[in-house]
Design a protein around this ligand. Structure first.
Ligand code: M6R
Length: 367
């Protein structure tokens, strides 16, 4: 049942070229240069009228929501707010009939997300569910939705469900941008093409970087803390990298927007602190390079996720992991793969039961 892999988590990481393909299949059409998402089409009028989109989720699904905020605001020019379901639910939020809520949940059973949606629905908001488990509670209470099609995820740490969420959220952003007329045909077509190439690029990472990542994992497996830094579209990737490491290695890890490190976390930097930079090529690349120099100047150990052929970032880093080049909007789908593998191999080195880490449940159905 683990398909020859030692753990479900590793199997699920390696399934991603296929699961991402499945999440795009029948939706992304290169020949027609179109995105078909019946759930979005069903609420097209609501989306046109909406003054904002509110995304509600927990944990890894919340990180997917944060990426969606960057992508939807960039492509659709509509305000997006990303809310932790537990906070949104209890703080008496202002919700109107003009609000469209996107709920993101792998299980579709997370109690806080479910109740937050029930409350918002009562106040007249339109609920769109992005869910993996077919027929789950969140899928059932949503007005419209889309399934992520990642297949059953057994490992407690979310991997393939996350990248499937990212893939469908990219499609949702493209679809809304078309509906609202906020994207040029040229940009739309370029992004479609780039998205279609993601499965093979993920495959490239899985085929070429695993030994390198295993070596880096054993080098840093004794660390007590780790810092994950990223900017822009990859700031959520940094948060997700830190959460993965915490969950399956029990190393204390924090994710930050790279520039925020000067406002506090830099005090932690010494020769024992691994700092993982998500440093793929994008419009903020020179900024992240200077952040890396600042860490090196304080003797921190820099591990960088870099784009293929990026000599500057790779020569600055103590260790680096290469991912294929792609459009910066789509980069989070590639950049998270090495972070999943790094956490997995560090967890293994430390003897953690990575499929069932202590204290965690696959779906949090109590608050
Ligand atoms: O099933 P959900 O997506 O609603 O679950 C949300 C979180 O509980 C979940 O992502 C959790 O953070 C995972 N352990 C992450 O690996």
């Amino acid at each position: 049942e683990k398909g020859g892999f030692d753990h479900f988590m590793l199997k699920e990481i390696f399934e991603q070229p296929k699961t991402i393909f499945d999440s795009l299949r029948g939706r992304l059409d290169l020949d027609k240069s179109s995105v078909t998402l019946s759930g979005i089409e069903a609420i097209e009028d609501k989306i046109k009228q909406a003054r904002r989109i509110i995304i509600v989720a927990c944990g890894t699904s919340w990180h997917a929501g944060l990426m969606a905020e960057y992508v939807i605001e960039e492509l659709c020019r509509i305000n997006v707010e990303v809310e932790y379901a537990s906070e949104f639910r209890y703080r008496n939020p202002i919700i109107t009939k003009e609000d469209v809520i996107i709920a993101i949940s792998q299980s579709g059973e997370t109690a806080d997300t479910l109740v937050a949606l029930e409350n918002a629905k009562e106040q007249g908001a339109t609920i769109f569910g992005l869910v993996n488990v077919v027929g789950s509670s969140i899928a059932r209470i949503s007005h419209a939705g889309a399934y992520t099609h990642a297949g059953p995820e057994i490992g407690v740490a979310s991997t393939k469900a996350y990248t499937a969420q990212l893939a469908v959220l990219q499609l949702i952003a493209l679809k809304i941008a078309k509906i609202k007329g906020t994207i040029s045909d040229e940009r739309f077509n370029t992004l479609l093409l780039d998205l279609a190439e993601v499965p093979e690029k993920v495959d490239f990472i899985l085929n070429n970087q695993v030994e390198n990542i295993q070596r880096i994992a054993s080098k840093y497996s004794g660390a007590q803390d780790a810092l994950f830094l990223g900017r822009g579209f990859n700031f959520p990737t940094a948060l997700e990298g830190a959460l993965k490491l915490k969950e399956i290695s029990y190393i204390h890890a924090e994710g930050y927007p790279a520039a925020e490190m000067k406002h506090g976390p830099i005090a932690l930097v010494d020769e024992n602190l691994p700092v993982i930079f998500v440093a793929t090529k994008d419009s903020y690349h020179d900024k992240i390079i200077s952040n890396m120099q600042e860490i090196k100047a304080r003797k921190g150990k820099v591990i960088a996720i870099v784009s293929e052929g990026d000599e500057i970032a790779s020569s600055l880093a103590d260790d680096f992991i290469v991912v294929p080049n792609c459009n910066e909007v789509i980069a989070p789908l590639l950049a998270v793969i090495p972070l999943q593998l790094l956490s997995y191999y560090i967890g293994i080195e430390r003897g953690v039961d990575v499929d069932k880490p202590r204290n965690l449940a696959k779906s949090v159905t109590v608050e």
